[in-house]
Ligand binder design. Structure first.
Ligand code: ADP
Ligand code: MG
Length: 631
């Protein structure tokens, strides 16, 4: 047996860094959180090459005293908690005291800092945890931390980095969350010398508009409510303002960005009735709960949290969101005139309260007979207690026992259901294919067209009823599909190229799909940061709604169950085939019937692209039974 070694701190740090420092965006997150904990009101983030070569954060916070600089770089060194008791009431963002030590172990880091109490600043440099000497430097009040050459000493980790562009996208998403989650802090974010985002620290609406654009404010309900000790405020996309994937869903809990199943299910289920396949809600919500009913010490990256009572959280959020969506049917009609007014005001006045004044107000006691009042926010005078929870407020005494209670996984049920449907579908497909294989090519005798919908044929002792629309649809679909497969689609240039604006994550995804889409006749190219230009479409798609198509393509971005671009094109092909095929009700001449049958090549076991059968066989035996010739 080998001897047991106590790891020295250098090795330990490098292992621990794996938890905190996954990629450049996690470094940015840790450093910005430190600035926020230091009460900075202005934070600048500069990056180069997706943060891989440089991440520099400058803040005007409280600073680190010269004598403390070295300590800040040591593992488990924190000024934020001192005793075990402090752990139950964590208000600061960082508290483990491991971020700086971990970052220092995998990069070259320089910290310059000056608290107001000091005449001049102090500077310290560390590389692979070798901490250098402290010297004086000239710097305004606050802290400047530069992290260079991330993972230079851990090549394996460096290999897992994505492209600078992808890493940059992740950092942009991180900063966007900080801007919205900390609307009173002014952020500036510069990538490779270009200012990407800038907020002014003048309130939530302004921060929201800075990230999503002023127009989006008009596409959302602004809500503000308090119930059961839970405060919820933020923006909920209006019914029509749907998104193609989940990357437009943001939740902050007590100022911290979280991804939490209970909260996501509550909002998702409230929206479910209003959404079609592949549509996802847009929302940005701030939720505040007393710090002692939530456990943030769950995830190493502190993204998930655990609630003392999931039902109360679920119920409260579900009922708030449902009430806004369900009760606003009438108000929505009235309010739809407002975005224009809003936009004008946004441009002329920089007051953060402008939107509040124009957002809707209704009385939730009687939401269907709502009187529209143009002043004031949506206010909830009564948010019903969630079903199944008698007590409307937190029962703090229960907290400790319930901590280990598993989260009700609503998605797991859906998953099982989807899997069942998929199994059934696969089974049906198998049967259809077998049928097809068993079907010999044959000469059929035409009896005639019935009801202007069905073609009737006789084959020996059997009769075939063929659905003329389904059969033609299938033939056209196969033709188009063949062309697509051979990359032989004719394209048609768009009169006005379509410009598609996406978020960084979607941009990264589309960039990868460009080649494939081009091959399929959808001519598109990247056109500046997060923008794509679509200049031609396959002829068969010329009439399609381009926005809708790309919304569907972008569903792929973060869904586990991947819908491929190819599937989507198949869907479009099917639609096109359906539109151009002979309709039910059309009279067909004998020669038309004959050419349709030729195209079908006797493949009567086929289904139309929507899965309906194209032919049904009735045997003589069956008919004889109708007349009791045989029993
Ligand atoms: P934690 O944030 O968990 O305390 P860190 O390793 O992130 O641990 O930081 C260690 C300590 O360094 C902090 O507790 C804080 O005292 C100090 N510090 C780090 N960044 C800053 C900053 N930007 N301004 C002031 N103090 C800072
Ligand atoms: Mg920290």
């Amino acid at each position: 047996m080998a001897k047991i070694n106590l790891l020295n701190s250098k090795i330990y740090n490098r292992i621990a860094a794996g938890e905190v420092v996954e990629r450049p965006a996690s470094v940015v997150k840790e450093l910005v959180e430190n600035s926020l904990d230091a009460k900075a009101t202005s934070i600048t983030v500069e990056i180069e090459e997706g943060g891989i070569s440089l991440i520099k954060i400058t803040d005007n916070g409280s600073g680190i005293e010269k004598s403390e600089l070295k300590k800040a770089l040591l593992p488990h060194a924190t000024s934020k908690i001192a005793t075990l008791k402090d752990l139950d009431n964590i208000a600061s963002l960082g508290f483990r005291g491991e971020a700086l030590a971990s970052i220092a172990s995998v990069s070259k880091i320089t910290i310059k800092s000056k608290p107001t109490t000091q005449e001049s600043g102090g500077e310290i440099y560390a590389e692979s945890n070798e901490i250098g000497k402290i010297c004086d430097c000239a710097i305004p009040n606050g802290t400047e931390i530069s992290v260079q050459n991330l993972f230079f000493n851990t090549p394996v980790r460096a290999k897992f980095l994505k492209t600078p562009r992808s890493e940059e996208g992740e950092i942009t998403a991180t900063i966007s969350r900080f801007i919205i989650g900390h609307p009173n802090v002014a952020f500036k974010y510069v990538a490779d010398g270009k200012t990407i985002l800038q907020s002014y620290g003048d309130g939530f609406e302004s921060a929201f508009a800075c990230v999503y654009g002023a127009k989006t404010v008009g596409d959302c309900f602004y809500i503000q409510t308090e119930k059961n000790g839970i405060t919820i405020n933020g923006y909920l996309g209006k019914h029509y303002f749907t998104k193609p994937n989940r990357s437009y869903q943001t939740v902050f809990l007590n100022g911290r960005y979280i991804v939490n199943q209970t909260v996501a299910s509550a909002i998702g289920n409230a929206y479910a009735a209003y959404l079609m396949k592949r549509q996802y809600p847009f929302y940005v919500l701030n939720i505040s709960v007393p710090t002692d009913v939530v456990d943030v010490n769950v995830h190493p990256n502190k993204i998930d949290v655990r609630f003392a009572n999931n039902q109360i959280i679920y119920g409260s959020i579900y009922s708030v969101v449902s009430k806004v969506l369900d009760g606003s049917g009438e108000a929505l009609n009235i309010v739809s005139d407002f975005p224009l007014n809003n936009v004008e005001k946004i441009e002329t006045e920089k007051s953060a309260d402008v939107f509040k004044q124009n957002s809707i107000h209704y009385d939730t006691h009687n939401s269907l007979n709502t009187q529209y009042k143009p002043l004031g926010n949506i206010s909830f005078s009564d948010i019903g207690a969630p079903t199944g929870t008698k007590s409307a407020s937190f029962d703090f005494s229960k907290k400790k026992d319930e901590k280990t209670e598993p989260v009700v996984d609503i998605f797991a049920e859906n998953k099982a259901y989807i899997e069942k449907l998929e199994r059934e579908k696969a089974e049906k497909l198998k049967v259809a294919t077998e049928q097809l294989a068993a079907m010999p090519e044959r000469e059929l005798t035409l009896i005639g067209q019935a009801l202007n919908t069905y073609l009737i044929f006789q084959d020996g002792l059997d009769l075939y009823f063929i659905d003329q629309h389904a059969a033609h649809e299938r033939v056209l679909f196969d033709e188009l599909n063949e062309k697509l497969k051979n990359q032989n689609v004719e394209t048609q240039p768009l009169l006005i190229p379509y410009v598609l604006n996406v978020n960084p994550m979607e941009s990264e995804f589309l960039a990868k799909k460009c080649e494939l889409l081009n091959k399929m006749g959808i001519e598109m190219e990247e056109f500046g940061r997060n923008t794509f230009k679509i200049s031609a479409l396959p002829v068969f798609l010329a009439q399609m709604n381009v926005k809708k198509f790309f919304d569907d393509v972008l569903t792929d971005v973060n869904e586990l169950k991947n819908l491929t671009v190819n599937d989507l094109l198949m869907e479009k092909l099917a639609q096109k085939a359906c539109k151009s095929a002979i309709k039910s009700g059309d009279t067909m001449s004998d020669s038309q019937i004959k050419s349709l049958m030729n195209m079908l090549k006797g493949n009567l076991g086929l289904k139309c692209p929507h899965g309906r059968p194209i032919a049904v066989k009735i045997t003589r035996t069956e008919i004889d039974k109708w007349f009791k010739r045989i029993i």
